[in-house]
Design a protein around this ligand. Structure first.
Ligand SMILES: Cc1cc2nc3c(=O)[nH]c(=O)nc-3n(C[C@H](O)[C@H](O)[C@H](O)COP(=O)(O)OP(=O)(O)OC[C@H]3O[C@@H](n4cnc5c(N)ncnc54)[C@H](O)[C@@H]3O)c2cc1C
Length: 589
């Protein structure tokens, strides 16, 4: 079975040394009860359920997959019992609002737990992740009555959540949806339509499933301005909170797919299902974004989690596998060959995995910190600043974590040679499971457009400038003693990103295609710069005399020498304009 040990040491370093959470959590009004000791205890217990309960079900879940029979979906053997353990131990409500039965833990902590969950069992994790996202949307936008009825059961995990946006003819362009909502005589609405690709739309883990459904009211304006959000339970809930009759919600089939096979991906039919409006009529997409932003960070964590377990297994294999001799002469003379860890190319692959994973983990914690500050800082200005950063960084986190996460899984597979391609070692499953994260929750192409178009160009770089100022002040304030080249490289690449940002904003006025042509390369450049900032923050607090510190310094050096140079190629592509993309006609393709 593949090996996995939760990277607790790195997580504690990031929380305590890099982001000084003890002070931060005392400052925020929402996290004053949380101490580093409590955080350690939670992460240690979280690691146990991931390593001991969920990891052993990962491969069998992949092989067995979900089964569909006449509307009933059965998850693989062991999933139901593991889900019971998960919810009975209170994990579902970890980040939930204490007023409704949640435990109110900061996002910085829950994000780390989520990373471990994705490492251990990606398919399993999608069920509770969807519930957490649904809870957030209900919490932020639903009426008090809906919140009191639904949130406590969802935080308990007794009822799960699902997100129903996609329809057969539309995924990205949700303005085209056809699902209808008609006011019902008895109050509420009748929802009718078909949704496809719904993760956890039907399953046998929870007593009820709470669907958050996008639909159009009879007087809806065309396009995305006419979308409303509805809460539609699979089983109706009586006034006293007990379960009542079925609700016109049924699963038509499940998909057969490349990866995440133990996560049910369902066609969901709504036939006059009774639902409740969440938020205002026609403002459903904005409300759904509360859930989608959470899910986007969560899906980013899928990339990191899978990258981490792939790295751990590739490293274990590389230490054992003997092939060839070191270029400098035999290292393990008692053996017929040296371990493949002596070869520079194998080291390149492993160090690339390690550098991306650790940079990503730090950036995830940084983004989660902004979410915590936006929610709980006593100063309104600080909350607004953090909110602005979250909106800028969420598309980077989702797309960059998952693109690099997939690359990292492929590298882990490559380290094993042919053994990476066959089932026995588990590496091929990580590649298959990581692939979807680049596609769902808005494809990474759409994330890049969101970053470049909505978050950068449309406000003339105002949000970008906030990020730029922060990084610039930090770079100037440090000597980076253990790695002095960091200062110059961080500043140089920050300026490169600024230059590209300003040039694209300038050109966007003349050429409507400029944003779309630059966006993916711009996101990659942004991601690399953000990771450089994270490595700089780690290096500024590292203790060079420890083995852990040396490992960080050497990995950072590798990142600066062997990965960061790609930034200049991305910058050149950002500035190459749209002409070579648009010149070719449909016939000439
Ligand atoms: C396993 C799985 C689970 C899923 N879970 C859920 C779920 O729980 N709930 C849910 O509602 N949906 C879910 N989805 C749907 C998923 O979010 C969509 O598949 C995804 O958003 C892309 O939509 P699409 O497939 O319709 O592709 P399309 O929108 O048809 O896009 C096709 C291609 O065109 C590109 N493209 C489209 N429009 C533009 C544009 N304006 N500019 C530039 N490029 C563009 C896209 O980036 C993509 O590369 C899931 C999908 C899968 C496969």
């Amino acid at each position: 079975m593949p090996e996995y040990k939760a990277p607790l040491r790195d997580m504690q370093f990031i929380l305590n040394d890099v982001f000084h959470v003890e002070k931060l959590w005392q400052t925020l009004t929402t996290t004053q009860e949380v101490t580093p000791d409590l955080a350690d205890a939670i992460l240690e217990e979280g690691a146990k359920i991931c390593e001991n309960e969920l990891l052993p079900l990962n491969r069998s879940g992949d092989e067995e997959g979900c089964q569909f029979d006449n509307g009933v979906v059965t998850t693989p053997k062991g999933f139901k019992a593991a889900y019971q353990t998960y919810v009975e131990n209170g994990w579902q409500g970890l980040g939930g609002d204490t007023e409704y039965g949640g435990q109110g833990m900061p996002k910085m902590l829950t994000a780390m737990f989520e990373e471990m969950l994705y490492s251990a069992n990606c398919s399993f994790t999608l069920y509770p992740a969807l519930t957490s996202g649904a809870c957030l949307a209900v919490h932020a936008h639903a009426s008090e009555e809906l919140k009191t009825t639904y949130l406590p059961k969802m935080y308990e995990g007794v009822w799960a959540g699902a997100m129903c946006l996609t329809e057969p003819h539309c995924g990205t362009d949700l303005g085209l949806i056809r699902t209808k909502a008609i006011p019902a005589e008895e109050g509420g609405y009748k929802i009718t339509g078909t949704k496809i690709f719904i993760t956890g739309g039907e399953q046998d883990l929870s007593e009820n499933i709470i669907h958050l459904v996008l639909a159009k009211l009879p007087d809806a304006p065309a396009g995305t301005r006419g979308i409303s959000l509805f809460l539609v339970p699979k089983i109706k809930v009586n006034d006293d909170g007990s379960l009542g009759d079925g609700n016109g919600v049924s699963c038509g089939s499940i998909e057969h797919k490349m990866g995440i096979k133990a996560s049910s991906t369902c066609v969901m039919n709504f036939d006059d299902a009774h639902g409740y409006l969440i938020g205002e009529p026609h403002k459903g997409l904005a409300a759904m974004f509360t859930m989608m932003n959470y899910e986007r960070l969560s899906i980013g964590l899928q990339g990191i989690g899978l990258g981490e377990i792939s790295y751990q297994n590739a490293l274990a294999y590389a230490k054992e596998r003997i092939q060839g001799r070191a270029a400098t002469g035999a290292q393990q003379k008692d053996k017929a060959a040296d371990s493949i860890l002596v070869h520079p190319d194998v080291r390149r692959m492993l160090l690339t995995q390690k550098a991306y994973n650790e940079g990503a983990r730090c950036f995830a914690a940084y983004t989660a910190m902004q979410l915590d500050v936006a929610k709980g800082h006593p100063d309104e200005k600080e909350r607004a600043k953090a909110h602005a950063l979250v909106s800028l960084l969420t598309p980077v986190a989702k797309a960059y974590f998952t693109d690099r996460g997939f690359d990292v899984c492929v590298l882990g597979q490559q380290v094993l040679g042919g053994h990476g391609f066959i089932r026995e070692w588990g590496q091929e499953q990580y590649v298959r499971d990581a692939r979807i994260a680049q596609i769902y929750e808005g494809t990474n192409g759409i994330q890049a457009l969101d970053l470049m178009g909505r978050k950068v160009v449309s406000n003339h770089g105002e949000l970008f400038h906030q990020f730029y100022e922060e990084v610039s002040v930090f770079a100037d304030s440090q000597d980076f003693d253990p790695l002095p080249s960091m200062k110059h490289l961080l500043k140089e690449h920050l300026e490169l990103l600024k230059d590209c940002t300003e040039k694209v904003i300038g050109k966007s006025k003349e050429d409507p295609n400029i944003v779309g042509s630059a966006s993916c390369d711009y996101l990659n450049l942004f991601g690399l710069t953000a990771y450089t900032y994270m490595w700089a923050r780690m290096i500024s607090v590292v203790e060079p005399e420890t083995e852990f510190g040396q490992s960080k310094i050497k990995t950072a050096e590798f990142f600066l020498n062997k990965i960061l140079p790609e930034a200049k190629a991305y910058a050149s592509k950002v500035l190459a304009g749209a002409d070579s993309l648009m010149a070719i006609s449909e016939e000439e393709f």
